[in-house]
Design a protein around this ligand. Structure first.
Ligand SMILES: Nc1nc2c(c(=O)[nH]1)N[C@@H](CN(C=O)c1ccc(C(=O)N[C@@H](CCC(=O)O)C(=O)O)cc1)CN2
Length: 293
């Protein structure tokens, strides 16, 4: 059984980005710059935006941090986005999800300039992905593709089962895998799927993105399958310094012995999310800088 270490893949991506960033600064005299908006104080979100800041700082990207009060109104948030849309020194904009329930996430995303939507959540970028046109692709599914490519795991003709139909992971993941060049046969399962185990057991590659800790058990996988665990769940654990431990959507301990290959949690798909965000920001900066010339 092979462990697909996202950390190793991310390090390679960061190496390339480091030289791309140096070349960009040399050519244009300013760094690719990412603006990150966090509304509220959700601890997991705070730690993810901190990770994004760290990635910017270590690569030499510019970084703008906006930590807004949990009671921030829709209009205030949209005003900030419009300011950043019109700021030529900002190349990528993202709003950390989830947002507090009084805010309309769809409307917020629609207001981010498509060319700066480095999360790939804007409907235009989502549409481009569906029809195979260039655009920004959601970071987590893009990270999964990088892992598969790095470990030379082809999807061609394989039956890939995606557990989860979220706009951020499940849907773009399925769309990417069925594209020409990837050529997988894709099945999407969700909370209303009947006979789930019968379907997951047919998977050559099983991608779990449902946000339910340890949901995938050994009885759900075929011997020799590849398992990609997108879940990152905080489970209370008083014996840990932080008071919790991270587990995936897959019961790794019992599933891994039956797999050809599997991603761990932590250190698997999760770490690729920020690496892909930085890659998208680099791409946004290059496209916007070239347009200015
Ligand atoms: N605007 C966005 N919001 C959210 C996204 C996103 O892509 N854009 N994805 C997730 C959270 N996320 C980034 O924002 C994210 C998730 C996980 C990791 C990560 O590095 N995971 C590590 C463990 C980190 C830890 O110790 O907690 C791992 O899996 O090894 C980074 C970013 C939802 N919101």
């Amino acid at each position: 059984m092979q462990i697909l270490t996202g950390k190793e893949v991310a390090e390679k991506v960061y190496e390339t980005l480091q030289s791309d960033c140096n070349a960009f600064v040399e050519k244009y005299g300013f760094p690719p710059t990412l603006a990150v908006i966090l509304v509220g104080t959700d601890p997991a979100s705070q730690s993810y935006v901190q990770g994004k800041k760290q990635a910017c700082l270590s690569l030499g990207f510019g970084h703008r941090d906006y930590h807004l009060d949990a009671e921030t109104s829709q209009d205030e948030l949209l005003e900030l986005i419009h300011t950043l849309n019109n700021d030529p020194s900002v190349h990528g904009i993202l709003v950390q999800m989830p947002l507090p329930p009084h805010l309309d996430a769809d409307l917020v995303i629609q207001n981010i300039k498509v060319e700066k939507d480095v999360d790939g959540f804007h409907p235009q970028n989502v549409g481009n992905l569906l029809i195979g046109k260039p655009g920004f692709i959601s970071c987590t599914p893009l990270g999964v593709l990088h892992i598969l490519d790095y470990y030379a795991l082809s999807c061609e003709g394989k039956h890939v089962v995606v557990l989860g139909r979220s706009n951020i992971v499940g849907k773009p993941m399925a769309s990417l895998l069925m594209q020409k060049g990837r050529d997988a046969t894709v099945t999407i399962c969700h909370s209303k799927t009947e006979e789930l185990e019968q379907i997951t057991k047919q998977a050559d590659i099983l991608i779990a993105a449902i946000g339910k800790p340890l949901f995938v058990t050994e009885s759900m996988v075929k011997e020799g399958c590849i398992v990609i665990d997108v879940g990152i769940n905080r489970v209370e654990d008083p014996s840990r310094k932080r008071g919790y431990r991270l587990v995936g959507d897959v019961d790794y301990e019992h599933v891994a012995p039956h797999c050809k290959a599997i991603t761990p949690v932590p250190g698997g798909v999760g770490v690729m999310t920020i690496a892909m965000l930085m890659k998208n920001t680099m791409q946004a900066a290059l496209q916007l800088a070239q347009k200015e010339m």
